[in-house]
Design a protein around this ligand. Structure first.
Ligand SMILES: Nc1ncnc2c1ncn2[C@@H]1O[C@H](COP(=O)(O)OP(=O)(O)OP(=O)(O)O)[C@@H](O)[C@H]1O
Length: 725
């Protein structure tokens, strides 16, 4: 039988239902459960019903006292385990000490003058103090009071005590004076001059210090301490209740359950961390949406206040980190790769710093990256930084596309294999040709890895550091960086094909050593096709305007989970949410100050590494990518209009072919006879026919030719159709 718990009150049961215990009492009234005899009473007939248990009683499992599920706090706080943080603190302490010493050393003459000026005052204070001590000056008011009260016995007692005290102190003073004179004479005779002068300086210093007014210290302050207010639970509660969320107001109001703080508020890096249990029904996301108001409630700059959802607990658990300094203004610790260093892309490399100023690493290998943000937030900087990291691994082959065309990726020209700038048709065609080649490479690698796996050389069916280093296998990392990738995907002619190849690269590339990094300022389904956005494994989202863009870059439901890049302010340049492979979203600031010239330096180092390793190729050594003829956009009609002036109404095919060959020999060399042009024009729906013309020697003749107006009409119609669509 089940025991009844406090929660199951009889009043809560329905009229027809009786609990087993009550039923027993009713059926056997003389045997009450409490052991007392009941008077005979009416016996009710009823069905024995087990009570409905809403709250199950807590069952104790054997051994639960020992094996429990509490989380253990780390023995050492995170900062104590971070070499970087330790080094930063030590550097700061040394700098602080150095600055203080230099500051005071420069002001030494002023301090000496101040001390000397205060010596007379100090001497007077010393003599005054000695006389007061000798004459027992502190007892004078009491003796005076007893004299005024004419209390003879008390006055007598106090006078005797004073005489006794003065006598003792006089003897002590004579003794100390004699000892002092002896010490002076002995010291004068025996101590080295430097010590003697030090004692004199010390004595003068002491007299100067004694003579200094309390509000004017001799030394000035070397640093102005900017004290950061301590974060208290009261401050957090006050700030939360200023957000205008009714559940919070109820909770902090009279009789409310209040705001929960499951752990004490503590220092965490260069700031305070408060773990907060929000009132029922309030989520961390609700607070994050009101980050600006929260900062106002805490009286802290916006860049210091970072509420985050703690998804390892429950939806109402928020971790509030309040930094001592605004994240965007705080000095970033030095980037280990700034002055160049060979890296291994298979290992995580420093990408940015979190709010606490700790480096957050990112492993580029086996991943693909999407970067999204509204314009001017630091998207290109982030992309360029990743490409520079890749450049520092001399094995990595870079393909860089700056489709905006402003030259942001030009610092990488020294090392890149293929470099595209701008959105001209030629550049787009270059991209198409390159991606087609990369798709072939992807297929080659897939087959090769399959073969290697059979031989036991690729145990995880993917590229390993060993395989990537074997030049003969050509399995080196290939890193493709595309800024403003929407230009590709929205392209009328090649958009679909480019999106298809990129989707393939995003899906299969990472395992095969091909890493695609796409950056866009318009993260919507068209500029970042869903096949890509759903499959990228690393996402970095700087400020965006809405939930759709947020989830497009960071992944489905991220906004709901409280990962909201919409909460970043306009001034939060370079700050975004980073969602890495299998890791929680974290706020990261990319390397600050990695501008064009700084990037050039890193790229120059990367080039030196490549020269040494013999891996410079393609664009870096002046070799242009061969754009296959099949890749070229068909510009036949435009080319005909270019070579046939408006004054020539009708022209023979053979003449058009000759002029076309002159214009683009590589494109039109296959046009050998009039029929070739006729066939090509037929594909555009244009017919050729017999047209009148004159040969070079002036003879008139009818031959196959074009009517220029037909071509011009088709081009105009096609262009207006394109515009309309
Ligand atoms: N980590 C950072 N710290 C501070 N400022 C940064 C950081 N990263 C970028 N910035 C600043 O942000 C500004 C915009 O950067 P960037 O050109 O990369 O933006 P964008 O999003 O690519 O812009 P657009 O969409 O116009 O191409 C730059 O002036 C740069 O100085």
């Amino acid at each position: 039988m089940t025991e009844r718990t406090d929660d199951q009150r009889p009043s809560e049961q329905s009229a027809e239902t009786v609990t087993s215990e009550e039923a027993r009492v009713l059926h056997f009234p003389s045997q009450r459960l409490d052991g007392t005899d009941a008077e005979s009473g009416e016996v009710l007939e009823g069905e024995l019903v087990e009570p409905t248990q809403v709250d199950q009683p807590e069952k104790r499992q054997p051994g639960t006292e020992l094996v429990r599920s509490e989380k253990r706090q780390p023995i050492l706080p995170a900062w104590a385990k971070s070499t970087q943080e330790f080094r930063d603190t030590a550097r700061w302490a040394l700098g602080y000490a150095g600055h203080t010493i230099a500051f005071h050393a420069v002001r030494c003459p002023v301090y000496i003058a101040r001390v000397l000026a205060r010596v007379p005052q100090g001497s007077l204070r010393l003599i005054g103090g000695l006389v007061a001590w000798l004459t027992d000056a502190e007892g004078r008011p009491v003796r005076g009071a007893s004299a005024r009260r004419e209390d003879a016995s008390e006055y007598l007692k106090l006078s005797i005590q004073r005489d006794h005290r003065v006598r003792t102190r006089a003897v002590m003073a004579i003794g100390l004076g004699a000892a002092g004179i002896t010490a002076f004479l002995v010291g004068r005779a025996m101590l080295p001059e430097i010590v003697q002068w030090s004692i004199v300086a010390g004595a003068v210093g002491a007299l100067g210090w004694l003579g200094a007014p309390a509000d004017k210290p001799i030394a000035s302050r070397a640093v102005e301490a900017t004290k950061v207010p301590k974060l208290t639970s009261d401050a957090v509660t006050r700030a939360l209740s200023s957000l205008g969320i009714s559940q919070i107001n109820q909770a902090v109001g009279k009789g409310g359950e209040g705001i929960g703080f499951p752990k004490p508020i503590s220092r965490d890096g260069k700031g305070w961390r408060a773990d907060v249990d929000l009132p029922y029904g309030v989520t961390a996301g609700d607070i994050m949406d009101r980050r600006e108001k929260l900062a106002s409630g805490l009286r802290r700059p916006l860049g210091c206040v970072w509420p985050e959802a703690d998804n390892s607990e429950h939806a109402g658990r928020m971790v509030l980190w309040v930094g001592d300094q605004d994240m965007r203004k705080a000095k970033q610790p030095a980037w280990a790769l700034r002055s160049g260093k060979q890296v291994d892309l298979f290992q995580p490399q420093p990408f940015g710093t979190d709010q606490r100023g700790r480096w957050v690493d990112l492993r580029l290998m086996f991943t693909s990256v999407a970067i999204g943000a509204i314009p001017r937030m630091g998207k290109t900087f982030a992309l360029r930084e990743l490409l520079l990291i890749a450049a520092l691994d001399p094995r990595a082959e870079l393909h860089t596309y700056d489709l905006k065309g402003t030259g942001d990726l030009d610092p990488l020209e020294k090392v890149t294999h293929v470099h595209g700038v701008g959105d001209d048709e030629d550049e787009i065609e270059k991209g198409v040709a390159d991606l087609r080649g990369l798709r072939e490479e992807l297929r080659r690698r897939a087959k090769l890895i399959r073969d290697l796996a059979k031989q036991g050389m690729a145990p995880e069916n993917k590229v390993t550091p060993d395989l990537a280093s074997k030049k003969s296998l050509k399995l080196h990392p290939i890193v493709i960086g595309v800024d403003e990738c929407q230009v590709w995907f929205e392209h009328e002619e090649y958009g679909e094909e480019l999106a298809g190849i990129c989707t393939d690269l995003v899906k299969r590339g990472p395992a095969l050593g091909i890493i695609l990094i796409l950056a866009t300022q318009r993260p919507d389904a068209k500029s970042l096709p869903t096949g890509i956005s759903a499959n990228v494994s690393t996402r970095f989202c700087l400020k965006v305007q809405g939930q759709t863009e947020n989830d497009m870059v960071l992944g489905t439901s991220k906004y709901k989970q409280g990962v909201r890049a919409t909460t970043f302010a306009w001034a939060d340049k370079g700050i975004g949410y980073l969602v890495g492979e299998g890791s929680d979203a974290q706020i990261v600031r990319t390397v600050a100050g990695l501008d064009g010239p700084a990037s050039e330096k890193v790229a120059a180092y990367a080039r030196a590494l490549r020269e040494k390793a013999g891996t410079l190729s393609g664009h870096a050594i002046g070799e242009a990518l061969q754009v296959e003829e099949s890749t070229r956009r068909d510009t036949l009609l435009e080319d005909i209009l270019a070579v046939v002036p408006e004054t020539e109404k009708k022209v023979w095919n053979e003449r058009v072919i000759a002029r076309l060959y002159e214009l683009r020999p590589d494109v039109y060399e296959t046009y050998r006879e009039a029929a070739d042009l006729t066939a090509a024009l037929k594909r555009h729906g244009i017919r050729t026919g017999q047209v009148w013309g004159t040969t070079d020697d002036g003879k008139g003749a009818n031959r196959i030719g074009i009517v220029r107006a037909d071509i011009a009409k088709t081009v105009t119609e096609r262009d207006s159709e394109r515009e309309a669509s």
